[in-house]
Design a binder for this molecule. Structure first.
Ligand SMILES: NC(=O)C1=CN([C@@H]2O[C@H](COP(=O)(O)OP(=O)(O)OC[C@H]3O[C@@H](n4cnc5c(N)ncnc54)[C@H](O)[C@@H]3O)[C@@H](O)[C@H]2O)C=CC1
Ligand SMILES: CC(C)CC(=O)C(=O)O
Ligand SMILES: [Mg+2]
Length: 356
């Protein structure tokens, strides 16, 4: 098991340290595990003058899986795109062709009260957001800021999806649904955007190959509304890169906190990149208060998808559940009758729970 550990910036470092701790404890001596740490994001700029240093990219290419934290610093939106911490993650996803991003929104029963939505709306929630990860506005050319014909500065990005790109993510969605509750909801904006018109046509066509899976289409605005109103009516929700970015943060709140949402970014093979959905959270970085559970659950997804180790993945999931049942909570999910703990204590508690 060769794992590249790219902790990145801000709380990425704090939560990744806990995920590594849990991974070591869970895998133990059952199989050899080589962890290769490398800087990325602002850490890459500070150490090697590049948000994605060539050695980091090589370490990611050479690894069987990548455990990723988060990248970003305050004010990074003003940095030229190529040097921006966030651009490193996009380049990495593209380089490794990790086009299918699974973002499971699963509510642990113990956290029903932590969700901002009513108990009856979220209790039993288990949905999968499948986000296309290597196309759309985030990658489309041309992009830039330049003077227009009238001499005014103009910003522009291009929404693009090719038929093969849509086909492959659609197949992933239908196959994933077959292993769940056999329902796919495709989210688009086909009423306004040609790119999305093609998206809907292709998803519909691919859907005919899966007659056992129910397919529904929603425009993205209505999809967000229904995600808040009746989230349990969804099983697999498939969408493009931008809508997936936005909807997954919204779905995070159904589970109590963005600190609870793990993810797996997969390509054609077993290799994957595993990361919490959240960012580097500069507002809470360095204070030992970030929730490490999304990162820990991402490590569990890594064992399941890249190393075919369902048993250890399930043990980690079970240990997280046990810690929550014991009443331990980081600040973001803390409430009456529970005990507030820091990032490191939460990680230690998951390690302890693995032993029982
Ligand atoms: N995958 C990545 O590396 C991502 C990086 N970013 C970058 O992160 C930086 C901050 O972006 P924001 O928009 O503030 O998003 P963010 O996800 O970092 O934080 C949003 C809010 O959620 C809270 N939060 C996030 N993770 C948490 C956790 N584990 N426990 C408790 N609270 C948590 C933060 O304190 C903040 O109030 C920016 O530089 C942005 O570009 C943003 C999203 C994803
Ligand atoms: C660099 C950003 C696109 C990261 C992000 O917000 C995400 O992947 O959810
Ligand atoms: Mg995001």
């Amino acid at each position: 098991m060769k794992i590249a550990v790219l902790a990145g910036d801000g709380i990425g470092r704090e939560v990744t340290a806990e995920a590594v701790k849990v991974l070591r404890a869970a895998v133990g001596r059952t199989r050899p595990m080589e962890l290769v740490e490398a800087p990325i994001g602002q850490a890459g700029v500070d150490l090697a003058g590049d948000p994605l240093p060539p050695a980091t990219l090589q370490a990611a290419r050479d690894a069987d899986a990548i455990l990723f934290g988060s990248v970003g610093i305050p004010g990074d939106e003003a940095i030229p795109y190529g040097m921006r911490p966030g651009a490193s993650l996009l380049r990495l996803r593209k380089d490794l062709d990790l086009f299918a991003n699974f973002r499971p929104a699963f509510l642990f029963p113990e956290l029903v009260a932590a969700s901002t939505l009513k108990r009856e709306v979220v209790e039993g929630l288990d949905l999968m957001i499948l986000r296309e990860l290597t196309g759309d506005l985030y990658f489309g050319e041309p992009r830039g800021i330049a003077p227009n014909a009238a001499g005014a500065m103009e910003g522009f990005n291009t929404m693009r999806y090719s038929e093969p790109e849509i086909e492959r993510i659609a197949h992933v969605a239908f196959r994933a649904a077959r292993g769940r509750r056999s329902k796919v909801c495709s989210v688009d904006k086909a009423n306004v955007l040609e790119t999305m018109q093609l998206w809907r046509t292709v998803v519909t066509r691919v859907g005919r190959e899966y007659p056992d899976v129910e397919l529904r289409h929603l425009f993205v605005d209505a999809a967000v509304m229904l995600l808040m109103k009746e989230p349990k009516s969804f099983d697999v929700m498939v969408m493009g890169n931008v809508f997936g970015d936005i909807l997954s943060d919204a779905a995070a709140m159904l589970t109590g906190s963005i600190g609870m949402l793990p993810s797996a970014s997969l390509g054609a093979g077993r290799k994957g990149l595993y990361e919490p959905v959240h960012g580097s959270a500069p507002d809470i970085a360095g204070r030992d208060i970030a929730n490490p559970l999304a990162a820990i659950l991402s490590a569990a997804m890594m064992l399941r998808h890249s190393f075919d180790d369902e048993a250890t993945a399930a043990r980690i999931h079970g240990a997280v559940g046990r810690v929550l049942r014991e009443g331990l909570r980081t600040a973001d999910i803390h409430g009456p009758g529970t005990t507030q703990v820091g990032t490191r204590t939460m990680g230690d508690a998951v390690v302890e729970a693995l032993k029982t």
